[in-house]
Design a protein around this ligand. Structure first.
Ligand code: GLC
Length: 740
């Protein structure tokens, strides 16, 4: 922390202390209460609450005049004039909508993620918002869970780097500057491990897994300066996060020394009694305050019970002061005591051409080319005369925005059909059919019309996947194949002999083993946001080349879940030799003659598409993986390098990925772990040497004693274009004695 920053920090603490000395207990508890606003008007009870200092923060107010009036009441009519936090879920855009976070993660581009968050911050700050409930940092390895759409994928390193990038975008370099909004690392912690992928379900995560997988992205976001943390709804090993002293005290405050403000999730303190963790609201308030939740969202157990808990001696007033201090610190850092009013005129207009241009770049960068049989893509518009666009998602300004778009304005959406017609409609007959009423519908009565169109079209762009409502909070699916009658539509269209290009619009990885054979090419665009249309059209016709890489594994079938690349080796790992499909088993095979290694009899043991996978319109080869040494001294560094060659027909961008495996550990270690990545632009024919430097700290992990370990021993390292990279080298991390 620079001297200036530390002086500012010290001054803020002094100002907080001075304010606390003037506050009554009720006014302190008022600062710990976050209530729903009226969305454009101020209900009388809220006006009274603000005036009386019974509320310190509101959420879901995005009318700037109303937000300014709330701030005026707080700063001019209340006794102490303490301004308000104004929170909103600005998850992947505001008026301008960017790809869902899972889609942005597929770009593997921290700078792009930062830029999108920056625009979202500016557009929401112009409406009086000063705090967002993002980034969502839950490691997600279960596509059944609807909130995987909001996540940054399955890997701690990728999610950590992109989460930190999002924090930088929201907060900028000074929270007090206009256009900066406070970030909120959520949902602390391990919410993504909800059992069976069913939202709000229990999570049972061994501490070692918690420390090695689920906590690192939160630490990365806090190291990037995330100003707040939100507790998750879920119980972690039997203790709900909103009363979990291990998470909120031992980890967040003691180990990480964080002073970030902690907010509960919506009503999650009151829900402690629903979990059966507490008897009633009073004990819920006690447990959450004791654990260290600073601000209660939506429920009012704090306001209803904390004063009496202090008067009864159950809680000390200094405990309350500690919570209030964290809330006030954020308000000081935001500069709200200097100015809580928003001058909308100071901000660029929402959905400006530059904002939409960024949304286009983000949609292009998020797209992942999953398959491209015989170079079916890109399409050559100069040779095509007829093109069918089929599927309801191809022409729906709302659905393409995805989940969590409270403020997304569909008037700025450009759909795929609209963009394709604008792009090539002057020379190609572009026809459209829905094919299915919607993605959930099992009705097949619209398929014939679509088939007739496809039968008379050289190419069919079939937009399949999920409506926005099928992912996001509380929207989980037990079967993650294509919903509704879409598989039937795909097969019927493919049977016509047209060239089938599937554009997959989805909030999660889908189990597509039955779909892939019917498509000549498959392009996953997630829910791409406002500029879905121009981005997809330019990708289909080769104006832009796909460069995205999967941030999450795609299963073959739902039953493989959870399936992810950084799995453990087990004591009986499957091999190509040991695997056998049930259909290939001899009749009356003896019990121990089959299997005996880790796989399913009815499905191949590999994923459909692995983490890090993504094709382009060129072809990249990796050669000459080298290491600066075969040994890494405990105080040293090791450089690993590879030649990356663009041997394909056009320029491309490749995300080069470094994975390592710790062959022997104090606890079993994953078969591969992403340690670094970088995007390189390669002109056609260009050869580039890409280098990564690692230190022993990069190899640290939590062992049985739950302490961070750097253990000497042998490591494998791979560099390539996905988690199945084949080029491998190895090195030995020396112990201190040997290193000397
Ligand atoms: C929700 C979500 C959380 C969100 C909050 C406020 O239920 O779990 O992510 O930020 O409520 O909308």
């Amino acid at each position: 922390m620079t001297r200036t920053a530390s002086l500012q920090a010290a001054e803020i603490e002094q100002r907080i202390t001075a304010l606390l000395e003037r506050m009554s207990l009720d006014e302190k508890v008022g600062q710990l209460t976050l209530l729903q606003a009226g969305g454009g008007h101020i209900p009388e009870h809220l006006r009274e609450d603000v005036r009386a200092g019974r509320v310190g923060a509101v959420l879901n107010e995005v009318h700037v005049d109303t937000a300014n009036e709330l701030q005026r009441i707080a700063t001019e009519e209340s006794r102490l004039g303490i301004p308000l936090l104004v929170g909103r879920d600005v998850i992947h855009g505001f008026t301008t909508v960017f790809p869902i976070p899972l889609g942005q993660a597929a770009s593997w581009d921290p700078a792009l993620v930062t830029a999108c968050a920056r625009v979202a911050a500016q557009e929401s700050a112009a409406c009086g918002v000063n705090w967002t409930f993002a980034p969502m940092l839950d490691i997600a390895r279960d596509p059944r869970w609807g909130r995987i759409a909001e996540s940054l994928g399955e890997d701690p390193v990728l999610a950590g780097q992109l989460g930190a990038a999002m924090v930088r975008g929201f907060q900028g370099d000074d929270l007090a500057k206009p256009g900066a909004i406070a970030a909120c690392a959520k949902h602390f912690a391990a919410y993504g491990a909800s059992e069976s992928g069913r939202d709000y379900n229990s999570t049972n995560v061994p501490e070692n897994e918690l420390r090695n997988v689920y906590l690192p992205p939160f630490k990365a976001a806090l190291d990037a300066g995330a100003a707040s943390v939100m507790t998750s709804f879920s119980d972690l090993d039997g203790v709900p996060a909103s009363a979990n002293t291990f998470l909120l005290r031992d980890i967040l405050r003691e180990e990480w020394r964080s002073d970030a403000m902690v907010v509960s999730d919506w009503d999650s303190i009151r829900q402690l009694a629903v979990h059966g963790f507490t008897e009633d609201d009073r004990s819920s308030a006690f447990e959450a305050a004791r654990a260290g939740v600073d601000l209660e969202m939506a429920s009012t157990t704090y306001r209803d019970h904390l004063p009496s808990l202090v008067r009864d001696g159950r809680l000390t007033e200094s405990r309350i002061d500690a919570l209030v201090r964290n809330v006030l610190r954020l308000k000081f850092r935001l500069g709200l005591f200097e100015s809580a009013q928003t001058d909308a005129a100071r901000f660029a207009p929402a959905a400006s051409p530059s904002h939409l241009a960024l949304a286009y770049e983000a949609a292009v960068g998020s797209a992942v080319l999953l398959t491209n049989r015989d170079w079916a893509l890109p399409l050559d518009a100069s040779t095509l005369t007829s093109l069918a666009v089929i599927g309801p998602l191809a022409d729906d300004p709302h659905e393409q925005l995805g989940t969590w778009v409270f403020d997304g304005d569909a008037q700025y959406s450009r759909t795929i059909l609209d963009a394709v017609r604008a792009h090539v409609g002057d020379r190609i007959d572009v026809r459209f059919a829905r094919g299915v009423a919607n993605t959930r519908s099992r009705r097949t009565d619209l398929i014939d019309e679509a088939v007739a169109l496809a039968a008379n079209s050289e190419v069919t762009v079939l937009v399949l996947g999920e409506e926005a409502i099928l992912s996001g909070e509380a929207h989980c699916r037990a079967d993650v194949t294509l919903p509704g009658a879409q598989q039937a539509l795909l097969e019927a269209v493919a049977a016509t002999g047209t060239k089938v290009i599937v554009v997959l619009m989805t909030g999660r990885p889908l189990a597509l083993e039955a779909a892939v054979p019917h498509a000549h090419a498959m392009l996953c665009v997630w829910h791409p946001g406002s500029m879905a249309g121009p981005a997809v059209s330019d990708l289909l016709f080769g104006v832009r080349s796909p460069s995205g890489k999967l941030p999450v594994t795609f299963p073959r079938v739902t039953g493989q879940i959870p399936i992810y690349y950084a799995h453990k080796h087990t004591g009986k790992p499957v091999t190509p030799e040991s695997y056998i499909h049930q259909e290939d088993i001899e009749p009356r095979a003896h019990q121990v003659s089959v299997g005996n290694t880790s796989f399913h009899l009815d499905t191949h043991y590999t994923p459909l598409f692995p983490f890090g996978h993504g094709l382009s319109y060129s072809h990249v080869e990796y050669e000459h993986l080298w290491s600066s040494s075969g040994v890494l001294p405990m105080e040293g560094r090791l450089t690993l390098g590879v030649d990356v060659v663009n041997v394909g027909p056009r320029d491309t961008v490749e995300t080069v990925q470094l994975y390592v495996r710790d062959l022997v550990g104090d606890v079993t270690r994953p078969v591969r772990e992403l340690k670094a990545f970088t995007r390189v632009a390669l002109a056609r024919g260009e050869r580039r040497t890409v280098e990564f430097t690692i230190t022993p700290r990069d190899l640290a992990f939590y062992g049985r004693a739950q302490r961070l370990l750097v253990e000497p021993g042998r490591f494998h390292a791979w560099i390539g274009g996905s988690s199945t990279a084949e080029l491998r080298t190895e090195f030995t991390l020396l112990d201190h004695a040997t290193s000397a």
